[in-house]
Design a protein around this ligand. Sequence first.
Ligand code: MCA
Ligand code: AMP
Length: 506
Amino acid sequence: MTDPSKNLYTLFESRFPADRTQIALETEDATTYSFGDLEIQSAKMANALKAAGVEPGDRVAVQAPKSAVALFLYLGCLRAGAIYLPMNTAYKPKEVDYLLRDAEPSVFVSDPDQVAVIDVAKKADVPRVFTLDGKGQGTLAEAAANAPNNFETLVSTADDIAAILYTSGTTGQPKGAMLSHDNLASNALTLHKAWGFVPGDVLLHSLPIFHAHGLFVALPCALLNGSKQIFLPGFNARRVVERLPRATVFMGVPTHYVRLLGEADFDRACTANMRLFVSGSAPLMEDTFREFEARTGHTILERYGMTETVMNTSNPYDGARVPGSVGPPLPGISVRVCKEDGEDLPQGETGVLEVSGPNVFKGYWRNPEKTKSEFRDDGYFITGDLSRIDENGYVHIVGRAKDLIISGGYNVYPKEIETALLELPSISDAAVIGVPHTDFGEGVTAVVVPEQSGAIDEAQIIATMKQDLASYKVPKRIIQVTEIPRNTMGKVQKNALREEYKDLYQ
Ligand code: MCA
Ligand code: AMP
């Protein structure tokens, strides 16, 4: 589908407008950067990385706030053939430490304010540590400013790895999903076409750029279209509402849509210029879909994907967008519903969704066993999502075979949180569940048995957990019980707990 001699950046650049003075980015303070600036600044970044000793295939780990310069860094990595490894800015030093030791990057870029994280990187013997702040300033920006303006983008083969994104697992530690230039290029071209991008589109980009949604779905559609992006440092409903009249496309997680509906002036007038709203990363509630339609006249287009596969299915741009469904597979991508043992199920039955196509990643970093266990012999990747395919070929995600909570579009694996709880001397048993939450979709919730009789200090436990865990992972509530319900096999009855606490955040 894509020219294998092309680096993903080269593909983007081939779609930049001939007039390179056209605006590519407008930041929150109304600073603008042209497509010519993207070329020059990404070349400077590539040169700065090379001067810092980065060789093709080296990892460049980044935990920096979103900014235009952070985007130049991503593009510079692609151009230099380095593997871009973004980290959630909420990760605490202990979480960053694990990723650095696993990925062994040759460069780490950190927010200068994160002194403890920088310390961790030095102790992990990362050869070069640079800083980059939310204003795009720091030692990396200085190095780039002094670097040459031109860089010959490395010719990549289709299978060269462009990025590693870590995803946590149901059992163990986070694992790095390796995505090739071709995985990303093929998916970007497919989405750009499927979602009907046209000249003049303006993308309002308020997603983080450390996850697939903001980095591999939203961003490349705009770059391939030669479109301007209104590039906000994060999602803020008010700031989005203020800028929507100048945009045509918005992509967000369901929490973003719930919060937009909370703004009194979010209505038909404010969205009159909009062509497309896309939702994903977590299930969009039918109520949200309907209220959105009633308020704005727009139907949200829901799609479905994973870090390991980028996008798999999408409701149609032209045609029925069915609430509660994530649409048919995208062109060139095949899906099937199987039993846990891999046997195909007849159409209409519920099982685990498996996917195959040029979008499917190359495996987990330095983890061939894990890679093997998540693929079938015929190359299909096992998503762990329980699904059904209806008579029109539309996929419905009806649950998860994996023990996973999705809170505000971020994945939280109960096992990791349960392990952290059980390390606390005050807790003898723990189960972590997700229950309906009006803002985050699911609220991370812990049910614990104290070590000794007497009340636990909920606020104290939450504060302690936040020292080592990104705070979105930390339970919003910790409920004390005398016993955790288990079946005869000793397995925690999470369904019973979810039922019992289903109204906790309503
Ligand atoms: C922030 N907080 C959260 C979350 N985000 N708690 C639970 N779940 C969350 N998602 C907590 C913080 O820990 C903090 O708690 C408090 O809220 C304020 O933090 P702040 O950062 O100011 O929050 P916010 O700006 O309101 O952020 C909420 C958000 C954000 C806008 C919904 O989480 C967001 O943009 N999410 C999008 C995630 C995303 O892009 N996912 C795509 C994954 P405290 O005060 O206690 O410290 S890619 C993917 O899933 C696949 C590939 C796909 O299909 O797209
Ligand atoms: P991750 O790749 O770790 O960010 O998370 C991917 C997971 O998010 C998928 O396996 C699904 O469980 C979930 N997901 C993504 N998009 C949707 C959607 N539209 N509806 C339901 N679940 C979704």
